[in-house]
Design a protein around this ligand. Structure first.
Ligand code: ZN
Length: 268
């Protein structure tokens, strides 16, 4: 009886996830078709997660699709620049930057070789405790370990922090925020010999960040805070455009036209 109940609960969880995924797919296609373009005068920072780790669900983009995004952008006259340049100076409307959240291993095995082939700069934001083998995944190879991160840094990638354990900063107390922000910097310092000064907000939606978090991040030593959608991001943060599993040619072209500048991803 108990196991049947457990099975039902598990099944309900899987079903919910599937419904959420279908809803996101519909939303992305509808916005690409009917959304209003948003004219911009500065560069755009794209946010990816894994490249070819299908277990990561809606946030996984296949290597083929990732390569296609780069090709589409180059064909349309975009040039790729470091995210930091856009965060500091805005850049021009034809500037694009590539970032990866969560420190997943396919960034090393799949994304880095493609980016190297095209000679593009890029930035990644690992979760310090996850890379220190305390993560929610059943497989240590699912995330970047310290040696992997060192290899990426040696190859020229830029790195920021994505917190210590990836909490929702919209729902934690100030003391925990301070631990997450400072603890993450301390861990990177200990393992890599430097403490990053840029931070990508876990989840990244406007509801996941408050004024007190912004202050705590600055107090902890972060000077640049990356968020999500251009039109809804919290004050003082740098916008990024999230890219999903569903983003084929049509959706990606719509992304570049600013049709997703008010869209916030609501599934982790
Ligand atoms: Zn994240």
């Amino acid at each position: 009886m108990i196991s049947t109940a457990k099975q039902l609960v598990r099944k309900a969880g899987v079903t919910r996830e599937r419904v959420a995924s279908v809803r996101m797919c519909c939303e992305r296609h509808a916005l690409a078709a009917m959304g209003r373009p948003h004219k911009r005068y500065i560069g755009r920072i794209l946010c990816y997660h894994s490249i070819g780790q299908s277990a990561y669900g809606v946030n996984d983009v296949t290597p083929e699709k990732f390569r296609r995004h780069i090709e589409l952008a180059l064909e349309a006259g975009y040039r790729f620049v470091p995210a930091r340049d856009l965060a500091l100076n805005g850049g021009s409307e034809k500037d694009l930057a590539i970032t990866f959240d969560d420190g997943l291993r396919s960034v090393l095995t799949e994304a880095a070789p493609i980016l190297k082939e095209y000679g593009l700069p890029w930035t990644f934001f690992p979760v310090s405790e996850w890379s220190d083998n305390r993560h929610p995944f059943n497989d240590d190879d699912f995330v970047l370990g310290w040696r992997d991160i060192e290899a990426l840094l040696a190859a020229g990638a830029e790195m920021g922090s994505h917190s210590a354990t990836h909490p929702d900063f919209g729902g934690i107390e100030l003391a925990q925020m301070t631990d997450e922000l400072g603890g993450s910097r301390d861990m990177f310092q200990k393992r890599l010999g430097f403490a990053p000064e840029t931070f990508a907000i876990p989840l990244g939606q406007s509801g996941n960040w408050r004024t007190c978090a912004q202050k705590a991040a600055h107090d902890a030593g972060y000077s640049i805070i990356y968020a999500q959608a251009e039109n809804t991001r919290p004050d003082g943060t740098v916008p990024r455009t999230f890219i999903t599993q569903f983003d084929g040619d049509r959706i990606f072209k719509a992304v570049l036209k600013g049709k997703f500048d008010t869209w916030e991803e609501w599934v982790w």
